[in-house]
Design a protein around this ligand. Structure first.
Ligand SMILES: Cc1cc2nc3c(=O)[nH]c(=O)nc-3n(C[C@H](O)[C@H](O)[C@H](O)COP(=O)(O)O)c2cc1C
Length: 495
């Protein structure tokens, strides 16, 4: 390595001398031989000046100070590295978070084209995989019952909400997604008969535009129903809850990609439209605290859930990523004490995504989905309250095989966010935090959003749900399970 650095430095030094020499030579040739050489003189002059600046004036980058222009080649190669790896070097099963085979499966379902593959699995299924145990006596597909799950039946609510597909569109706010993406999801969800979750950025007209049922998410900043000091504005909240399309409310405690962390919306990013939807001013940064200010202990948390249930008269769920299981157990005991239960618990695995989060939160905080599901369901069983609420699971559950594995582990229904982003044409460019999404999804740039045709992409969303549901039922028939509610741990094999 040291030898290489010295070689490169020598090359850089000789290169710089060569550049300066050529500049002088072209100047003389321009004066004495032909004026056309002045063009070359200008080009080499600029390069020489730039090289001089990098090596002698700028102080931020050591590599540029040592190697001048030569080092810019390295920066360029590094910047195109992800694309080079994605297109040329990584195998079909290597990419993260979703490999090419997983993404291709969603693309094919969304485009309504043949989703079969040949020559056997590409996965090492004998090394740490979760497999579904099929039956020696599979059912005929027509004997498998349609999926059906009702939220709010435990409390005998007037406004119960029933879903007829196992998957729902998980929370993603207008703000993290552009308007076209939200409209395509809303329209696609309406066609497919599934609900769309608003995410924590408030209820926008885009969420309502396609006519789908909506789950309103109340994040810790209570966007859309907050007072200026960040407390709950009951009147604004009730207005949202009474919106015809809003069928459920979800109180977000945390999410898998950044559990325990709030968020910051810098004032530079607050457009007039976002300010109006979120009920915030445009003159200062908006901070999402790391928890609801009302929820400072288990007792007050349960009281807050009850308050939201009473104000909305809708099924109310809570969403979190599991941390300390003892805390969860204490919370459930408090629910028993107060005789108040949320209508569902959405368990988000640590492998979940977000628009933007610090790397250490994404990589190092929270319990992954399948371990969370087991622990959460164990507590619910132990406390004999499993029948008081539903459990919804999320965390890379983009295909029916994994969705059924999550249901067999204890969930009642599935949320997916990235499954639906892929159905919209997401190419996993990993730029959600930059506003430069090439597929026009996680961006507000009108030029990039232009590529996302709302009507065409809503058809993809619809196809993804339709074909996933078909495969879901095929898998149930292979497992000999008539109804998804009968799935259990006996249907899983861990290698
Ligand atoms: C662009 C984007 C924005 C998100 N915004 C929210 C949000 O506002 N609230 C929330 O609870 N989760 C949010 N999430 C997390 C998802 O709802 C979901 O819980 C997580 O990504 C796991 O599902 P998945 O693996 O199917 O993507 C967001 C995810 C993405 C990709």
């Amino acid at each position: 390595m040291v030898r290489l650095a010295i070689d490169l430095q020598e090359t850089a030094q000789w290169g710089a001398k060569f550049l300066y020499l050529i500049t002088i030579i072209t100047l003389f040739l321009g004066i004495y031989l032909h004026p056309g050489y002045i063009v070359l003189f200008v080009i080499f002059g600029i390069l020489s000046g730039f090289n001089f600046y990098l090596k002698n004036i700028q102080t931020k980058h050591a590599l540029l100070r040592n190697f001048g222009i030569l080092a810019t080649v390295r920066y360029f190669m590094e910047s195109i590295g992800p694309e080079m790896r994605q297109y040329f070097y990584l195998s079909d099963t290597e990419e993260r978070p979703f490999n090419r085979t997983e993404r291709a499966d969603v693309y094919r379902k969304s485009k309504n084209i043949d989703s079969t593959e040949s020559f056997g699995t590409q996965l090492d299924i004998d090394k740490g995989a979760t497999m579904l145990r099929h039956s020696m006596f599979p059912l005929s597909k027509k004997d498998v019952e349609e999926f059906s799950l009702t939220f709010g039946d435990e409390r005998k609510l007037k406004s119960q909400f029933t879903i007829n597909k196992a998957i729902m569109i998980s929370a993603m706010s207008f703000g993290s997604l552009g308007a076209n993406a939200v409209m395509a999801l809303s329209l696609g969800a309406h066609k497919a008969g599934i609900p769309i979750n608003t995410g924590e950025g408030g209820l926008s007209t885009y969420h309502l535009s396609g006519g789908a049922d909506v789950i309103y998410q109340m994040g810790t900043a209570k966007f859309g129903c907050r007072n200026n000091d960040g407390t709950l504005n009951e009147e604004k909240f009730q207005k949202i809850a009474q919106t015809h399309q809003v069928k459920m409310v979800e109180i977000k405690f945390s999410q898998g990609a950044k559990p325990g962390k709030g968020g910051l919306l810098p004032k530079e990013k607050i457009t007039e439209e976002i300010a109006k939807i979120r009920h915030v001013g445009m003159d200062k940064d908006v901070v999402s605290p790391s928890r609801h200010m009302e929820c400072d202990n288990p007792k007050n948390t349960v009281k807050f859930i009850k308050k939201i249930q009473d104000l909305s008269e809708l099924p109310v769920g809570i969403k979190f990523c599991l941390g300390d299981i003892k805390e969860f157990s204490v919370l459930i005991k408090e629910m028993k004490k107060q005789k108040v239960f949320p209508d569902y618990i959405a368990v988000d695995g640590a492998e979940g995504a977000t628009g933007a989060a610090p790397k250490s939160f994404m990589d190092n905080v929270g319990v992954p989905l399948f371990a969370s599901l087991k622990q959460v369901c164990n507590v619910l069983e132990k406390e004999k309250v499993r029948n008081k609420l539903k459990v919804v699971a999320s965390g890379k559950l983009i295909n029916p095989g994994k969705q059924i594995a999550a249901l067999a582990t204890g969930a009642d229904a599935i949320y997916t966010a990235r499954g639906f982003l892929l159905s919209l044409g997401c190419i996993q460019a990993l730029q959600c935090n930059k506003g430069t999404c090439p597929a026009g999804i996680t961006t507000h740039d009108p030029v990039l959003q232009r590529g996302l045709d709302v009507e065409a992409k809503s058809e993809r969303v619809y196809n993804y749900v339709k074909n996933s549901n078909y495969e879901f039922k095929e898998l149930l028939s292979a497992l000999g399970v008539k109804n998804a509610s009968k799935l259990g741990i006996q249907h899983l094999y861990h290698s």
